[in-house]
Design a protein around this ligand. Structure first.
Ligand code: M6R
Length: 362
């Protein structure tokens, strides 16, 4: 049942405020002031190894920034198909964490089995609690996104991020890098997130207009820095999957190491840049694009728009949230751009060619 939506993907995008709210109710105490998670002692864990495929891998890439910044915890990440064959040494003091919507992805499951008996604990973040990955983990954390039918993952991604952020906050608190007050602030910000996401989903005209033009492009670049870098990858993957337009993501600072050679008027460049501590750096990369007649679609907040939108092709203004929460919020315009571009192209949004929802063979 598409619940009045044309596609499962748009239904699942729209459900995000609700399912993230569900995940928060599950993982927070009733007063919302503490995190409820199975007993994991992060002070005894020397390193986290996170492994996944596709969108779930970009959730891991985002989580790496969070665990490093909030918990000062070393994190190694890899895509499962590489990890499983590179025979990485795994220390007994490390924890291995696997992220998978389906819980049945063949490479991710093989990577988990490789870590068994090597890592001190095997954790997973899954949407299907009965899945193989969940069953074979020491601790499986459900993301509570509900059934996801669209091949392009949307609500599972933001629910994965929500659970991973709670883990990083718990780790930071246990390891003494987040004070009681700071934790209370983070949790209060998280509790207001579903409302902010609903608001963002109600203002999508700019995204639809931009998408109509993106649909004409042959190649599109996505740029981001810091926690927006994983999001740039997620935006590019979503667009490729359902609109079949070639899209690449780069860390903004990598632009001048090669990809800037691609820039001309025909290549739209989507810049994901909330006005955070790295904003000025990203803006200067964006100006390098504009100096070469690149068409910039800037996704930012009010403050970012006020300071940096001169000369951009279009800007999309997102609500203001704390820096830690921007990856969850900015996932929405990334998903919506892909969705509306695909609609403009007339492709099969829910069942894109060549793709399966669950990749159970390697
Ligand atoms: O079920 P999983 O989360 O393990 O699936 C991993 C990838 O196959 C999946 O995220 C894929 O990249 C999606 N189609 C992305 O939209």
């Amino acid at each position: 049942d598409k619940g009045g939506h044309k596609h499962f993907m748009s239904k699942e995008i729209a459900e995000q405020p609700i399912v993230i709210g569900d995940a928060l109710s599950h993982y927070l105490t009733t007063d919302g002031k503490d995190i409820v998670l199975p007993e994991i002692d992060f002070t005894q864990i020397s390193r986290m190894t996170m492994v996944a495929c596709g969108t779930a891998f970009y959730a891991c890439l985002t989580a790496k920034y969070w665990f490093e910044q909030l918990a000062r915890m070393p994190v190694e990440i890899d895509v499962a198909s590489e990890f499983r064959y590179r025979e990485p040494p795994i220390e007994a003091t490390s924890a291995a964490l696997f992220v998978s919507q389906s819980g049945e992805t063949a490479d991710t499951l093989a990577a988990l089995r490789y870590c068994k008996g090597k890592a001190g604990s095997i954790l997973s973040v899954v949407n299907v609690p009965e899945s193989s990955i969940a069953r074979e983990s020491d601790i499986a954390l459900p993301i509570l996104a509900g059934t996801e039918i669209g091949v392009a993952s949307t609500k599972a991604f933001t629910c994965q991020l929500t659970v991973l952020l709670l883990l990083a906050l718990r780790a930071g608190h246990q390891r003494g890098h987040i004070s009681d007050e700071a934790l209370a602030d983070h949790l209060s910000n998280l509790r207001s997130l579903p409302g902010i996401l609903s608001h963002a989903l109600s203002q999508t005209t700019g995204i639809e207009e931009a998408s109509a033009e993106l649909a004409e492009a042959r190649d599109i670049l996505f740029l981001g820095r810091g926690v927006m870098y994983p999001l740039a990858h997620e935006g590019a993957l979503k667009l490729k999957e359902i609109s079949y337009i070639h899209a690449e993501a780069y860390a903004s600072g990598e632009l001048k190491h090669g990809p800037i050679a691609l820039i001309d008027q025909s290549v739209p460049v989507v810049v994901l840049a909330p006005c955070d501590s790295l904003f000025d750096k990203t803006v200067s990369n964006m100006q390098e694009v504009m100096a070469r007649h690149g068409r910039v679609l800037l996704i930012t907040d009010k403050k970012g728009e006020a300071t940096a939108s001169a000369g951009v092709w279009k800007s999309i203004v997102m609500p203001q949230v704390s820096d830690v929460l921007t990856p969850i919020l900015y996932a929405l315009p990334a998903q919506l751009l892909a969705y509306h571009t695909a609609i403009a192209k007339g492709t099969d949004v829910d069942q894109p060619r060549n793709l399966a929802k669950s990749v159970t063979v390697e």
